[in-house]
Design a protein around this ligand. Sequence first.
Ligand SMILES: Cc1cc2nc3c(=O)[nH]c(=O)nc-3n(C[C@H](O)[C@H](O)[C@H](O)COP(=O)(O)OP(=O)(O)OC[C@H]3O[C@@H](n4cnc5c(N)ncnc54)[C@H](O)[C@@H]3O)c2cc1C
Length: 457
Amino acid sequence: MSTRTSLSDEQGRFLADTFGDAISLAPEVLRVYASDASLKTGTVLAVYRPRNAEELSRFMRWAQQENVTVHPRGRGTSLSGGCVPTVPGIVVSMLGMDRIIEISDTDFVAVVEPGVNTADLQAECAKKGLFYPPDPASSKATSVGGNVMTCAGGLRAVKYGVTRDYVLGVEAVLPGGDIVRFGGRCHKDVMGLDMARLFVGSEGTLGIVTKLCLKLLPLPELSASVLAGYASLDDAMQSMARVFRAGILPCAVEFMNETVLEVLTRTGEVPWPDTVRSLLLFQIDGSSDSVPHDMERLCRQLDDALWRIQGLGREEEARLWAIRRRISAGSYVLGPDRIGGDMAVPRGSLLAALRRFEEIAHANGKRLIGFGHAGDGNIHANLHYDASDPDDAARTQRTHRELDRAVLEFGGSLSGEHGAGCLKDVSLQIPPRERELMQAVRRVFDPTGILNPGKAY
Ligand SMILES: Cc1cc2nc3c(=O)[nH]c(=O)nc-3n(C[C@H](O)[C@H](O)[C@H](O)COP(=O)(O)OP(=O)(O)OC[C@H]3O[C@@H](n4cnc5c(N)ncnc54)[C@H](O)[C@@H]3O)c2cc1C
């Protein structure tokens, strides 16, 4: 792996002469690309924004010859430092390759470049009556390529699965410049190893993705949501279990713990009474005939809620989901700095895990901001603190480490959707022999270790 701290004059000249205005060496641009949503920072030697796979191939051949590290980047919303150069290197921003090449309502596929915005793709599909289900809460800000590289989950995963379930084909440029294509536009294909899906969740460690073929579904005609308030988290979780036992499969089930409700109350108007200590937010979708009927069935299972409101159709639902979207920004009332968690536990362990997390936080004098995708056992466990207060910072770090250990005791995963990036200690979860095999696979694609070093596994 390269340990350079700057490019030589000759390297800078080669890049500028060969790639023209696709290369930036301006310090003010490099500063922007030094960080991502994790706020961790690294050193950027240049930013390259490829225009097509062939041009990127030339760049990757040069990067391997010169032993310069390369850090792929979509829209930089990684919360685990996935885009941050862990060693000084060149950031390859894929935002110049953002075309929707095709949306086919006969093959039920979309062919896209990786820089396309997720919400834009969803909107274009909807115009043709088609549906691209993966829906991270950040979809208005993310690229589809970044979603694929992190196997983004999100709100609708309980019914529709995660990004992995929609990737049919991948084109990528490897270190050294080879352009490879795996899979295609067939919904079924079992020839050879499933290399397209090996790329999913690989966090930019195998190659830089330049084209994707994604599976689409028919667009559901209608959706409806219900926000239900409970006296305790235990009551909320029991209520959710009853919904699933009744054979109802919502497309989203989000939960919020007591600290989240306090945050929401302190940062804006809330519609629920004081007795409510925990919330569940359900969404169902389907045909315009089935949704009102399914909503009635769902509400019958929520009879024990202290309070509830519901909305039929996007407009009415918006005010319910606006409450969920306020959590991340509102949480800063509990401290200017944050350590985030996106751990997953087996679904049946969700309540026990949350109780244990709250105990750990309490024992360290911290509040646990607990919310997330209850239907998947995916918990956002955030801790806010003041980094200028050494005692608070130490207690927060200790809490974070203890939460990670607790997740593993429940048979869980340190990351359900954000990826390991450079912030999560993969060795806590993945045993040495299994990691060795993952690293051996990585060396097949990237023998000299120039691609996104220090990330993932
Ligand atoms: C407020 C907020 C809410 C969020 N909610 C969710 C959520 O509900 N669910 C969820 O899963 N995530 C969520 N995230 C995390 C983040 O949005 C996702 O990880 C998203 O998939 C990243 O997309 P991006 O385009 O920003 O990728 P980036 O952050 O730019 O990159 C992510 C990773 O992919 C690699 N990469 C990007 N493009 C390519 C490419 N073309 N080829 C090879 N490697 C590439 C990068 O090197 C990096 O390792 C949230 C983040 C924020 C800030």
